[in-house]
Design a protein around this ligand. Sequence first.
Ligand code: SF4
Length: 77
Amino acid sequence: MSLRIALDDSLCTGHGRCYALAPALFDSDDAGRSVLLAGENGEIGEEHRAAAEAAVANCPERAITLSDSLSDSLSEA
Ligand code: SF4
């Protein structure tokens, strides 16, 4: 089962905690706002779970969400 991460650009105000905590998942743009590095559909490997959860927990704007791809598929069925 893989994970899916999403970033809501409209909520991000550029505190930079996500790309400090999870540099494999996030980068910053010229204004310091977050840029998601995940692949298509935001899918990331299980090895990134801890970093992704840390980013979610530390984003002051709650701009990042994380879900299991399997539960997404089930809820869409
Ligand atoms: S921690 Fe949240 S508000 Fe800060 S740059 Fe990352 S997504 Fe944006």
